[in-house]
Ligand binder design. Sequence first.
Ligand SMILES: Nc1ncnc2c1ncn2[C@@H]1O[C@H](COP(=O)(O)OP(=O)(O)OP(=O)(O)O)[C@@H](O)[C@H]1O
Ligand SMILES: [Mg+2]
Length: 257
Amino acid sequence: MGEELVRSDNEPGRPLVVLDGVDKHFGSLHVLKDINLTVHAGEVVVVIGPSGSGKSTLCRVINRLETIDSGSITLDGQELPKEGRDLARLRADVGMVFQSFNLFAHKTILENITLGPTRVRKVDAKRARQEAMALLERVGVAAQAEKYPAQLSGGQQQRVAIARALAMNPKVMLFDEPTSALDPEMINEVLDVMTGLARDGMTMVVVTHEMGFARRAANRVVFMADGEIVEENAPEHFFTNPQSHRAQDFLSKILTN
Ligand SMILES: Nc1ncnc2c1ncn2[C@@H]1O[C@H](COP(=O)(O)OP(=O)(O)OP(=O)(O)O)[C@@H](O)[C@H]1O
Ligand SMILES: [Mg+2]
């Protein structure tokens, strides 16, 4: 993959996403507890932890799909906007890929990709199409450009979803269990695209149970339990020498099966 996937203003190493003392409740449930996390430009942070530990909520507050109760979140030095145009601009800077692909069923693959750039980024239609085709080429589904989502396999649809997020030229990409709805034989084709992105210097926050990907692509693993960041470390340290009981317990369960 080439240069243009990574924004030229993404100077490596600069703090891009900063969560400072973030708390979030759902009613009486305290789902994010004093979260402090800095993701630097070009960094790949893998978030793991048991079900219900707050991983998806963490992704969602970064995109302001959920509000926070206290603390602050900044994207590239700016506080997350509350609403309106500024919020739309923020969302365009944060690419998000979910477990379910959420493609527009009644639009072709190509139209799915060009919609955001033409509507939100005001890119002209011809250029949007050229860039979309280049992205589809990258993720290996250019031959499917004129088809509709239902005509593609799950792995192909998820690669389209990644291309769609990239088409907005985001500063950071958030992935929330992007492979957990896929049949096993399709997981690697999606992880390979993600590994390529990581290698190209994309800033990424990835919630995943794919420990091979974490070892291969992550700069840092963040382990969450009960709404807290319990432990964070480079993958080679985290996987071979987890410090906390919670992480040891979690790893013993997922690595044996
Ligand atoms: N909109 C909501 N309203 C109420 N409770 C919620 C809401 N969204 C999440 N929760 C609760 O917040 C907690 C954290 O949920 P979250 O989805 O962030 O966990 P997770 O780590 O992503 O889990 P999983 O691995 O199962 O995806 C859970 O107890 C969940 O039931
Ligand atoms: Mg989740």
